[in-house]
Each structure stands twice: as structure tokens, then as C-alpha cells.
Design a protein around this ligand. Structure first.
Ligand code: IPE
Ligand code: IPE
Ligand code: MG
Length: 251
């Protein structure tokens, strides 16, 4: 049996993979532990996703790390998550750098604790010249707020006479999103069995393939990622066209 990784075609890789890393709490609960035990055991899975993506040379990986809605969790859990983030950034900075990855962050970063903000800036500046891949952390991120911010910025430009309403198109809109420098998402993966997008990249997933896995995030390994990519390659992305047209376009 060939390894799943060896079945992947290098010429048909997604450019941008986004992952909703869900299920830490349940993973811990099944083991009779508290939710934070799940979060602590999620770091290996994050590393697995980053390494698998890096091995395949997929240029953009976005990880949903903390949503704007997650601020409503109990204080103790939020504090644990922020501490974990801070410790992990410190520990993994060198590794991210040596892999040639560039770190980006999207979300309402003002709400993050000062220490986390500082460490994020440090790793972003450390890796700013790297070009082997882009690791994007969605932190304190909510897509509806991102879209509203874009609407506000565009409205202001119109009000100031710098933009005509007729000129507002998809490209202009995208240029006002946090993700303006990244390509659209090709593949969205969510672990934990939930089939919902939970306010993640609503605009950017317009034509993404979606995979909802019955795996809890701490159990996510490289082969799980490779399997997702293999399954992605067996989908026909039609963008509204017919299958016959897609076949003709290939010729
Ligand atoms: C994902 O796991 C981590 C974050 C949302 C920060 P959860 O903490 O949501 O775990 P479940 O969904 O409750 O199992
Ligand atoms: C989505 O997971 C957010 C992250 C993975 C960071 P949640 O666990 O917060 O999503 P819901 O509340 O179940 O939709
Ligand atoms: Mg959850």
C-alpha cells in the first residue's frame, strides 16, 4: 500500500488551506480531564498541520485559533488559552523561522493581552523576509466584523470623494479585508464533527471545498492532513460551469 502522502499529485495542490481547529474540550472530557487539558494537547496537532503543509509546499495555511465569540468563554479558560498562546509563540518562533515560514495574524488584535501582542509582533518581524510559506493565525477573529470594517472603510472613501460607488467590485472589497494579501481559501477543514463555519472567513470561502472531519483536534496528525489533500484532489471544482466545460478547459 503506497503511503497516503505519495498518492498526492504535486501539480494540483490547494494554494490556501484554512482549518477550524475544534474539539479540544471534548477530547479532554472523554479522558475525564478539564477543558484546558485539551488545549494543552492541541499544540502537537498544530505542529502536525504546519509541518504537513510545509512538506507539501502549500503556500498559505490559516488556523482559526481564537474567535471573537470565544471571548465569552469563562475567564479562566480564556486566560489559559492566552497563556498557552504566549508560551507556544515563544517556544515555536525559531522553528517557524527555520522552516522559512512567515507569520501573519488576522483579527481584532487590540483585544489581546499586551504580552501576546508583543510576541506576535516579534515573530512577525523575525519572519518577515521568509518566503517558503505563510502561516496565518486568526486570533480574536470574526468574519462578520471583518466585513463590516471593510464596509465602513469603503463608505468613508466614497464619502471623501476618493471612490465612486460604481467602482466598488469584488476586488475592491477584498482589498479591505484582513486577508487582502492572501489568495481565496481552496480548502476548508473543520475537525470535531460539527458542520458549521462559526464566523470564519465567510467571504474568502465562497468557492472553497469543505471537509468536516470526525476527528477531535488534538488527534489531528499529518496523515489526516494528507488524506484531506488527497480527497480535495478528487473533487472537480466547477465554479458554476459544467463538467464538460471544465474538461474542455483542460485541453
Ligand atoms: C477548539 O476546541 C479550541 C478553541 C475554540 C479555542 P474547543 O475548546 O471549542 O473544544 P470543544 O468544541 O468544546 O470540544
Ligand atoms: C470555532 O470553534 C473557533 C475556533 C476553532 C477557534 P468554537 O468551538 O468556538 O465554535 P462553535 O461555538 O462550536 O460554533
Ligand atoms: Mg468547539
Amino acid at each position: 500500500m503506497p503511503l497516503i502522502k505519495d498518492k498526492i499529485h504535486p501539480e494540483n495542490l490547494p494554494k490556501h488551506v484554512a482549518i477550524i481547529m475544534d474539539g479540544n474540550g471534548r477530547w479532554a472530557k472523554y479522558r475525564g480531564e478539564d477543558r484546558t487539558f485539551g488545549h494543552r494537547n492541541a499544540i502537537t496537532a498544530v505542529r502536525n498541520a504546519i509541518n504537513a503543509c510545509n512538506e507539501l509546499e502549500i503556500p498559505y495555511l490559516t488556523l482559526y485559533t481564537f474567535s471573537s465569540e470565544n471571548w465569552s468563554r469563562p475567564n479562566e479558560e480564556v486566560n489559559t488559552l492566552m497563556n498557552l498562546l504566549s508560551v507556544t509563540l515563544l517556544q515555536e518562533a525559531e522553528e517557524i523561522f527555520s522552516k522559512g515560514l512567515r507569520l501573519h495574524v488576522i483579527g481584532d488584535l487590540e483585544r489581546l493581552p499586551d504580552l501576546v501582542k508583543e510576541q506576535l509582533l516579534n515573530v512577525q518581524s523575525l519572519t518577515k523576509d521568509n518566503d517558503k510559506g505563510n502561516l496565518i493565525l486568526a486570533l480574536s477573529y470574526g468574519s462578520q466584523r471583518e466585513i463590516l470594517n471593510a464596509v465602513k472603510m469603503i463608505s468613508q472613501e466614497v464619502k471623501d470623494g476618493n471612490l465612486n460607488i460604481e467602482d466598488i467590485n469584488e476586488k475592491v472589497f477584498e482589498n479591505h479585508l484582513y486577508t487582502k494579501d492572501f489568495p481565496p481559501v481552496d480548502l476548508l477543514i473543520r475537525t470535531s464533527g460539527e458542520v458549521r463555519v462559526s464566523n470564519f472567513l465567510l467571504w474568502q470561502i465562497a468557492y472553497a471545498e469543505m471537509q468536516f472531519l470526525d476527528v477531535l483536534w488534538p488527534d489531528f496528525d499529518k496523515d489526516t492532513f494528507f488524506q484531506c489533500i488527497y480527497d480535495y484532489q478528487n473533487k472537480e471544482r466547477r465554479y458554476g460551469k459544467t463538467s464538460e466545460q471544465i474538461e474542455e478547459d483542460k485541453i
